[in-house]
Each structure stands twice: as structure tokens, then as C-alpha cells.
Design a protein around this ligand. Structure first.
Ligand code: NI
Length: 259
């Protein structure tokens, strides 16, 4: 049994009529749990509806840094109402993306801080997106007291120094297809070294397909390729890694797929 700790199954990411077939292919690979992630208010509504009606799917709802310019008091209160649903396990994805800069940096930071406060107010862990802003991301997490709820550094793509500070805050590190890329030396180093009880695996589908599907559209079933590589880096059987990461997700958010 394997859990994909972060995937996109809605809206512009996956056609609605493809969801069941995509999840069926994943289940055939023994991937039975899926954290489906919303990236703005409208997408979050769609993700929650999917989670409510689909066995093995739970939700992470928030406003992605790319969409941070859509943040407003009205969005915040509508999102908060959604976040209280029991099928919602995480707040986000939220964070900072200074690579694409699709929303102004100060706007990203304001939406990020607001979502950390929401997570603390309702007592659910965070789903963090960070790209090309490692120091600023850690600083915001530290200043806002994000260790009160912890969460996931999704698609981990930083180094040991970043990982150490994230781990000190109680965060879990989720490894994506990047860990299967031979030139991703720092990420592979962290995947080999990180504490067993703080690691997760994900696809971030439809992005970042692992080897041997690199460059192709990604889907949740492919998480097994990432899990096999991370297990290899750690020198443990893939089945052990699958068991450990499923336990870790349950320890963090209180949910694991039932079969
Ligand atoms: Ni994502």
C-alpha cells in the first residue's frame, strides 16, 4: 500500500472524466491513498467535492503562491469554511514561489502568512510549496509559529541545511519525481539521510513525472517509481518505504487509506 502525498486531480490539471480511470491505474499499482490539492478557492471547492465522493482521496485546500493575487478577506472566509470539513487534511498548497513570480512577492507572503494563521486557527497541518525562496519560506514559517501545526514541505527540492530547519519545525519532507533524477544530488542526499519517520513520497501529478516517465504527464500511480528510488537510496526494501510513508502521513494528518 502506497500513498501519494500530493497530486492534482481537478480543473486544469486533469479532465473530470479521466479521474476514475487515473485512480484505477494507480490502485492497480497498489497506490490506494491520495492527497488531492487545491490551488485556488474554486479549485478547492472541486477538490473537496472529489474527496467527499471518492474512496481513498482526501483534500488539501488553499491558495497557491501563483494564485496569491486572488487572496482577499472574502476568499479567506470562504476557504476557512471549506477547511473545516473532515475530508480536508491539510491547508495549502501555500508558500512562496520566487522562480515564476506569478503573483507579486509581497502578495505571496501576505497570503502565505494568512494561511498559516488559518491552519493554526483550525488545527490542521500545512502543505508548503517553496521555490527559489528557501530563506524567506523558513523565516515566515518560523515567525508565524508554524511548528504549532507542522505540515509537509511538498516536492522537496532543497538541501540538508533547509531540511534541518524544516525538520526542527516538525515538518515532513515529501519527495517527488525529482528524487529519481540522477543529477538531483542535493535532493537525493536528503532523501537518503532524512529521518525515517519524517519522509513522504508524492507525484505532484500532472507535473514532474519520475524516471522512466520523465517529461511525460505524471499520474498518481507513478509514485511507486519515486518510492522505489527513495527506498534504494536509503538501502531498504520498497515495501518498507511504502509502509513507513503511509504511517508517517497518518501520524501527521490522522488519516490513512482503509485498504
Ligand atoms: Ni502541487
Amino acid at each position: 500500500m502506497l500513498v501519494d502525498a500530493h497530486c492534482h486531480l481537478t480543473g486544469t490539471y486533469l479532465e473530470a472524466d479521466q479521474v476514475e480511470a487515473t485512480l484505477a491505474r494507480a490502485r492497480a499499482q497498489d497506490v490506494t491513498g491520495f492527497i488531492a490539492v487545491g490551488t485556488d478557492l474554486e479549485d478547492s471547492r472541486t477538490v473537496l467535492a472529489l474527496a467527499v465522493r471518492t474512496p481513498g482521496v482526501q483534500a488539501s485546500l488553499g491558495v497557491h503562491p501563483h494564485e496569491a493575487r486572488s487572496w482577499s478577506p472574502e476568499v479567506a472566509s470562504a476557504l476557512e469554511a471549506l477547511l473545516r470539513h473532515p475530508a480536508v487534511r491539510f491547508v495549502g498548497e501555500t508558500g512562496l514561489d520566487w522562480h515564476y513570480d506569478l503573483s507579486p512577492r509581497d502578495v505571496q507572503e501576505a497570503a502565505f502568512r494568512a494561511q498559516i494563521r488559518l491552519a493554526k486557527a483550525i488545527g490542521k497541518p500545512l502543505m508548503i510549496h517553496t521555490r527559489s525562496a528557501p530563506e524567506a519560506t523558513l523565516q515566515v514559517l518560523e515567525e508565524e509559529g508554524a511548528d504549532a501545526v507542522c505540515g509537509i514541505i511538498h516536492c522537496f527540492s532543497e538541501d540538508r541545511a533547509f531540511a534541518s530547519r524544516a525538520l526542527d519545525l516538525g515538518f515532513y519532507l515529501s519527495f517527488s519525481g525529482i528524487a529519481t533524477f540522477k543529477n538531483a544530488l542535493a535532493v537525493r542526499d536528503v532523501a537518503a539521510w532524512a529521518p525515517a519517520d519524517r519522509i513522504l513520497v508524492e507525484t505532484d501529478a500532472p507535473f514532474l513525472a519520475p524516471v522512466p516517465y520523465r517529461g511525460k504527464p505524471n499520474e498518481p500511480g507513478f509514485v511507486r517509481f519515486t518510492a522505489e528510488v527513495v527506498a534504494g537510496l536509503r538501502g531498504i526494501p520498497a515495501a518498507r518505504l511504502a509502509e513507513q510513508t503511509t504511517q508517517n502521513l497518518e501520524a501527521l494528518c490522522g488519516w490513512a487509506p482503509s485498504s
